[in-house]
Write a protein that binds this ligand. Sequence first.
Ligand code: 4AD
Ligand code: MG
Length: 476
Amino acid sequence: MYISVKKLLSEGKIAQDVTLKGWVRTFRSNRFIALNDGSTIENVQVVVDFENTSEELLKRITTGAAVEIHGSVVESQGKGQSIEVQASNVIVLGDSNPETYPIQPKKHSFEFLREHAHLRVRTNVFGAIMRVRSVLSFAIHDYFQRNGFFYVHTPIITGSDAEGAGEMFRVTTLDAKNPPLTEEGKVDYKKDFFGRETNLTVSGQLEGETFAMALGKIYTFGPTFRAENSNTSRHLAEFWMIEPEVAFLDLDGNMDLAEDFIKYVLKYTLERCREDIEFLNTRFLEEEKTKPQNERSTMSLIEKLEFVINNNFKRVSYTEAIDILKNSNHNKKKKFQYIIDEWGADLQSEHERYLVEKHFECPVILYDYPAKIKAFYMRLNEDGKTVRAMDILFPGIGEIVGGSQREERYDVLIEKIKSVGIEEKDLWWYLDLRKFGSAVHSGFGLGFERLVLFATGMSNIRDVIPFPRTPQNAEF
Ligand code: 4AD
Ligand code: MG
């Protein structure tokens, strides 16, 4: 009977006949195959009857080879496993030349593995990360579907710049070498495929809002593209974002939703990916040991996850945060690259991480930011200078969520749109929401890879997405 390694290790019975298919991780002493089929981080030990196996076949059982094993389950003689498989027949399905196979049974650097992203998922650490990523994305759907949210597929190709940051990838079928020109000599996008300028979406929010104002509670979960030239360990040019949007919800409700949601998905994943997360926990602790004492995490990965699941996030206004930062020794001793000297300054990730890691030592929700440093759609407060924005900041990550209560008042929104230089005609449909049945509503965006970073204890965002897209890099 064909059986996965996961099922075999949890349900296999002594003397049961089994067929396994997988890849050889190691082959020791011409006898012991450590076999992995991806279903679990665990390998199963397969014992080859080498006296009755031809030399030629033994030579083909190499690291990376795909094999089919027929055998029976026996009690394990070795340590660590209760059962193993005594092979009666080994068939090599696909050879792997040990001289040229890049993934050797030894420690490879993450840089090396990034260059072999098509094979890195065959290692323990990337197998674990990608299984956690899969469970985490299911947990996200589970949370929303249980709570009455509808999943909306917002467009990938759009004509609007939701964040107003202008960091977009153009979508065009025009001939780059010889585009049609207008009389003024500019590229004539009327002749382009869509008859207008289009780009890959930076956020599904604006379209999401239209659905929230009909279905009540919705979420998107899809790819998002930003052409920001930031070569950091927290930025990707292509990443996945989850964006819930809820009618009749104010900023406080939005914070409650975000906090409850994050706790649920992390708890769900910790419970269902115990083996993978335990493996990643050990890796995390080993990496911490290589750091100077004062930079080491005081908690293990599992402790960090449990801490977030079991403790309230600290809610702090931007104004309070600026006071804390301004009066911090860090600021006074000029340890920040960007010194905080006045209200209105945009927070850099060094400030966010100071608040979370040094000052509050827990996840922080910052709210009521200066209107000037936030997007046009956020609801203006009575003070006329702050908006109902919220960012959630996480240890080791910085910003993980960005959201807000939306400006639902037509007059206020139109003024704002004009003042930031957006053409009213480009957002006519968004403005319509404020003309017909407008209501208080709120939502947020969670960067999925930043959440996977946190859940796996990894430190570079390129290692938690299968094939990272970053400046100067779109291999695979
Ligand atoms: O804060 P942002 O830009 O918010 C929005 O896009 C809103 N429209 C969301 C909403 O209210 N519906 O992005 C949201 C989150 C960030 O907090 C961050 O976690 C992630 O998306 N993010 C990125 N993740 C990886 N690489 C990048 N280049 C990212 N840019 C943003
Ligand atoms: Mg943001």
